[in-house]
Design a protein around this ligand. Sequence first.
Ligand code: ADP
Ligand code: MG
Length: 385
Amino acid sequence: MAAIDLLRARFFDHFDGEPQFFRAPGRVNLIGEHTDYNDGFVMPAALEYEAQAAAACRSGRLIRIHSLKNGETAEFDLDAESPEPRGDWTDYAFGVAVMLEAAGHRLAGADIVISSTVPVGAGLSSSAALEVVVGYALLSLSGHAVDTVELAKICQKAENEYVGMRCGIMDQFISCNGVSDHALMIDCRSLDRKPVPIDPAARIVVANSMVHHALADGEYNKRRQSCEEGVRLLRPALGDIAALRDVSFEDLEENRDFLPDLTYRRCRHIVTENERVLQAADMLLGGDLAAFGRLMNASHVSMRDDYEISCEEIDILVDIAQAQNGVYGARMTGGGFGGSVVALVESDAVAAFIESVGAAYRDATGHISEIFACTPQDGVGRLTD
Ligand code: ADP
Ligand code: MG
């Protein structure tokens, strides 16, 4: 059965009415990690793994949502006086409704069934895919035109203020604005974006480590604090800087004595990572895949040693990936402390890569890695057969 027919059948298990269908992708980030909340540069691509929604208007101002992932159904009253987050998955969906209304988009009531192939907590942004598909569905059902840049900002606001995760804009932005067969170089300050084609001689390959260490959220917020501290301590020397985006490597080196060592290393990751993203875009556009791969490898070293967001299993998986034939480069992707590794691999070498990385990682850790080659997809839209 086609995806839409399956989703329609699941919708009728729970709700009535004739649903419309929507999709929003997860993402893999090729390079530029933790730079988004420093007003910097990132280069993600949207994945074939996506959240899908079947959604229909209902009279009144109630939103009812059912997730096929966990079998749970929840309700939300758009007219509730001061809605409180519930501390569970529904905050991603209802938070988007709250922020859409706060931005002046009056919403109709809706019944929504969510299906998602994005693995949860694998560093591939199942949360943004959920937010974006719900936001797009609610706007569409209510008859509003969708501005995908504004939708990305609203979904980020929902995750920041309703879920309580201080993420940057990358995940929501790429889920909204992905371009098929391209990575997207995003300036997270101006939100300018440039599609960068992936040379057909190479494939993006993602390997899920299948581990996710619980300290991720707390450590994420600590990294943000270190970056803010760095900006504060560098400001007397560098003048009116708003974010680490405004600090060059030379600026940082000249003024490192103003920073405690840990803060210095956190800042060094961000400052060098921003430079790597800019270079990486040039390398991909110029067809220099080997140089692009070296930047990916350098990014991993910087995340591992300076930003300290990797973990043992990920380092093992990266080492294994980098040692394969036909690999240009490999690095951890996503927030860190587990999740996935992304590699750029010669197209002809992909099948052998998947097999031998899987076997070596299982031998080294006992974990069965899910490894797949991806073809970048378009951002959010209607789901068609
Ligand atoms: P990720 O890297 O996958 O985005 P997060 O911790 O940011 O990891 O988000 C994962 C959370 O998003 C899940 O714990 C769950 O609350 C919510 N989520 C994502 N997809 C779904 C879904 N299809 N159904 C219900 N909840 C989901
Ligand atoms: Mg997330």
